[in-house]
Structure formats: C-alpha cells, structure tokens
Design a protein around this ligand. Structure first.
Ligand SMILES: *[C@@H]1O[C@H](CO)[C@@H](O)[C@H](O)[C@H]1NC(C)=O
Length: 498
C-alpha cells in the first residue's frame, strides 16, 4: 500500500514539474455552470434554475454559520460561527456539545486572528490557499459537568495550571501561555481548516442567492489531526446574509456568543430506512482532488445495494473522467454508541464495473498488466468493464470481494425531506475494513430521489462556460496535463468505496 502511495506521489510530483508553474493560472476566476448532476434513468437529481459561481479569490467578508449540529471525527459535535472583516481579521466561534443534537453545550472557543488569502490552489482545483495567524483563543466552559469531562481527557500538564482554574461562564485565555497551548493541542484544536477556502454562490432563477463557505476538511485520525493539511472540504457554512430560508438554526447561531452558545431545539430521531435511491446534492470534493457525485440504490428486502460514482476533473462536476458501479449486499447492525442517532452497517462489495469516460483514463487502464484490472487492452471510452474476473483492479486500489464497516444516519432537511449521511472515509486512503475503523463523522448528505423527478439523464451542454473553454484553447495540451494530474491523484486516492 505504501509503495503504491509512493508511486502516486512521485507521479504527481513528476506531473507537476512537467506541467510547470503555469498551473497557478489555471483555476478560473469565476465559473458558471448549470448545476446538473447526472444519474441513471431511475434516479436523477437536477436542480433546474440554479446557477453556481465561485470567485477566486473568494469574498469572505461577513458572518458564516453552521446550519445544523455538525459532527467531526472523534466524534465531536459542534456549531460554528465565523466572521471575517475587510481588515482580514477574523473571529471564529466554535461551540462544542456533549450530545449529537447540540442541545447540551459543553464549552465554546473564541478564536481571533488574521487570514491572508494566497494563490489559487492547484491541488484542490477551485480552492484558494490561505495562511492564518492566531492572536487569541479563549475557552468558556458551560457547566461543571462539562469541565470535569474535558479535564478528565486532557494531560495533567495543561489541566493543573490552566483548565483546573476554569470558572463556568468566564472566558479563559488558552493561546498566550505554554500550558494553554498544550491544552489546545491535546484538545485536537487547530485552525488549519483555513488553509483552503472556497465560496460558492447559488443564483436562483426565482431571485435570491445562497452563499456557502467551504473550509478544509478534518483529519479522521485523531493522532494526526493537528498536522493534517486539508485538500478536501468540510460541510459548508452558510452566509448569514444569503442562506436557505427558513433556517431557524441560523438565527440561533447568529445571535450566539462564547458566553451564550446556541441550544438547538430537540429533534425527534428519524428511523433509518434506506429503501430507494439516494443522490448527491452537489458536486462533492474529496481530499486529493477528487470531484464526484454519488448515487446509491438500496433494496432492503434483498439486502442488496448498488453505488454509482461519477468522477470528474473539475469542481463543477462537468468534465467526466470515469464512472464506477459497485454492488453487493449489506446488513444493518446496532444503533451507534459513539454517535447517537446513527446506525452501524456492514457492506459487502462483490462486483465493480468501471467505465472510462475520456481518453486519458481509457489509456491508463488499458496499459495495466493482464489480470490486474479487467481485460487489459480492451478498455475503450464509454465501454463498461467488469472487474470481477480480475478480483478488482490494482491501479484503482479495488480488491474484490471487500467488506466495509459503515456508519449511516438519516436526518430531515428544512423541508422535512430525508437526508442520508454516510460515514466519512479515512483520510489516509485506507478502508474501514475493521469495526475499529468505523467512521465517527460523515460525508456530505445525499437526498432521496423522488420518482416524480425521474427523467432521462441529460446534461446541459450550454453550461460549459467561456473560462473553461479558455483553458482548453490557451494552453498547448495543458488541459490534458491537468487532467493527468487530476486523474493521477484521483486514481491514487481512490481506495474504496462509498
Ligand atoms: C488498448 O490497447 C489495445 C491493445 O494494445 C489497442 O489496440 C487499443 O487501441 C487501446 N485502446 C486505447 C483506448 O488506448
């Protein structure tokens, strides 16, 4: 495994060198695309009348809010409210809770600092890289119970001189003493999420805009947490000015302070029912430059499932690279003890089919050794290959059959429509092939397909915008090189499944 990753890394470095510094210029300054997520004939999601743009560099001024109780690996349950000022100063509030519904506040962190936007990221296309500098991190503990719980999991070196003296409801500086910073490290605290920034604006036909702020993703391995450099995103924060209506949570979060954390109203648990078809709500980004949309079908009577993964080379999911169809069986397990409200599952993948959607992918797969990845020499654009005869595909990191220990959760959105949360993938590219590696946080939620929305799969060709065409025509083969970089990292990071 580490050899493969070494090769992948070399490949990326080599391609970086080959493509040269011009790559900095590649990410477009503003891109429009009709959002159009492709899907099969039975499951199709398309939000007509929505145009998405993303400016590089993004405009961050204003306040950005969590729209629901968020889950981070651990698990940690939190709500965020970040304010950016035109002076580049920011103030970030993070409220932590002892429960998965964010009803029982444990402590809040008040974080102040400065953010400097740098260049467009070539690792995560569509993102802007940023440096941050912290000037203050203060903690306010909200109950004695929360204090004892926090203190019990932190080293004595920080507790004695620092947390031991905490008074409920009073801010206490953790940044400006060594013991305090030791506490922050032990708490897994880091603002490295600010290393990659992206703002997406959804322009709705009926008028109105919705703005989402994407910040870097959080390492799933706690021990690596503060060293991890994000290349994917967390669930976005929404602009306090331009958010989806109604958002009762937004109002609560907007009014909160470090001393008065939001307390979310109790929500009844939604019983988990997977039956039917689920589809991504937007173009998703995975660490190491993988843009994809997902589509799952579950048949509870047969305990059967199918997952379709459409991969793309761009952050608007408009340029298809390859499609993967996986299927097998699943079994529902117990309610999760670690993440209340979620349920454990075991998935077995018995079949995987891959279609190369463009020439470079077809060529790459075509060049694999006989017996390693489908029928060598038979890969063609648009022609699906079954990987079962070769028990998977080495270059794609797929081994068949394969078992995964999963964590699922169903929640209702603001329209009371169900959303399916599937466990976050381990950030080291491994798979949750043991119960101990089961996720404690989630990937972006998927929405239930409605059969009323059923329609033949079609893509907006009119969506391709001038900026992307510009990339195509301006650089002698540069697009191909970019695609190779993207594909290289996509393939390298593609290691199983969901
Ligand atoms: C795949 O390999 C075969 C045999 O080497 C060759 O005939 C074919 O043109 C290749 N296809 C692609 C898409 O490269």
């Amino acid at each position: 495994m580490s050899t493969l990753r070494g090769v992948c890394l070399l490949w990326q470095v080599a391609l970086m060198v080959a493509t040269g510094s011009k790559l900095w210029e590649v990410p477009t300054s503003s891109t429009n695309l009709n959002e159009s997520l492709p899907g099969g004939p039975h499951c199709h999601y398309r939000q007509d009348g929505v145009r998405i743009t993303a400016e590089i560099p993004p405009k961050l001024d204003g306040t950005w809010l969590s729209t629901r109780c968020e889950v981070r690996p651990g698990p940690e349950f939190l709500i965020r409210s970040y304010t950016f000022h035109p002076t580049r100063h920011f103030q970030a509030l993070q409220h932590y809770y002892s429960d998965s519904g964010c009803e029982d506040p444990a402590y809040s962190l008040l974080i102040q600092g400065k953010l400097r936007l740098r260049q467009a990221s070539w690792i995560t296309r569509g993102a802007t890289e940023a440096n941050h500098h912290l000037s203050k991190v203060a903690i306010v503990i909200h109950s004695l119970g929360a204090k004892h719980k926090l203190v019990s999991r932190l080293p004595a070196s920080c507790v004695g001189p620092t947390l031991g003296r905490l008074v409920v409801g009073k801010p206490h500086d953790l940044h400006n003493t060594r013991a305090g910073r030791g506490c922050l490290a032990a708490m897994g605290f880091s603002m490295i999420e600010m290393a990659v920034v992206r703002v997406e604006t959804q322009h709705r036909n009926h008028g109105g805009e919705i703005q989402d702020l994407f910040l870097g993703d959080i390492q799933t391995d706690w021990t690596q947490r503060t060293h991890y450099r994000p290349t994917g995103y967390q669930q976005p924060l929404q602009s306090a000015m331009h958010h989806i209506h109604p958002c009762p949570v937004c109002a609560l979060v907007y009014r909160s302070t470090e001393q008065y954390p939001p307390v979310l109203p109790h929500r009844p648990q939604v019983p988990i029912s997977l039956a039917g078809c689920w589809v991504s709500q937007r173009c998703e980004t995975r660490p190491n430059v993988l843009f994809l949309t997902r589509e799952f079908h579950f048949d509870p009577d047969e305990h059967a499932w199918e997952g379709i993964y459409h991969h793309y080379s761009d952050p608007f999911c408009s340029q298809s690279t390859f499609t993967l169809r996986a299927s097998g069986h699943y079994a529902q397990g117990n309610p999760s003890v670690k993440v209340p409200g979620a349920t454990e599952f075991v998935f077995k993948v018995t079949e995987v089919r891959v279609t190369a959607d463009e020439e470079p992918t077809a060529k790459l797969l075509n060049g694999t050794k006989t017996g390693k990845c489908g029928r060598a020499g038979a890969w063609q654009v648009g022609v699906e290959q079954d990987l079962s005869p070769t028990h998977g595909c080495t270059v794609l990191g797929i081994k068949l059959p394969h078992k995964e220990y999963e964590l699922f959760k169903v929640e209702l959105d603001h329209r009371k429509h169900p959303l399916l949360y599937v466990g976050e993938r381990p950030k080291d590219g491994s798979t949750p092939d043991r119960p101990s590696k089961r996720a404690t946080s989630f990937q972006p939620p998927m929405m239930l397909c409605s059969h009323r929305e059923t329609q033949p799969s079609s893509r907006h060709s009119s969506g391709l915008n001038s900026k992307q065409v510009q990339v195509d025509t301006s650089g002698t083969g540069r697009l191909t090189q970019i695609l190779l970089v993207v594909l290289g990292s996509a393939l390298c990071s593609w290691i199983w499944v969901f």
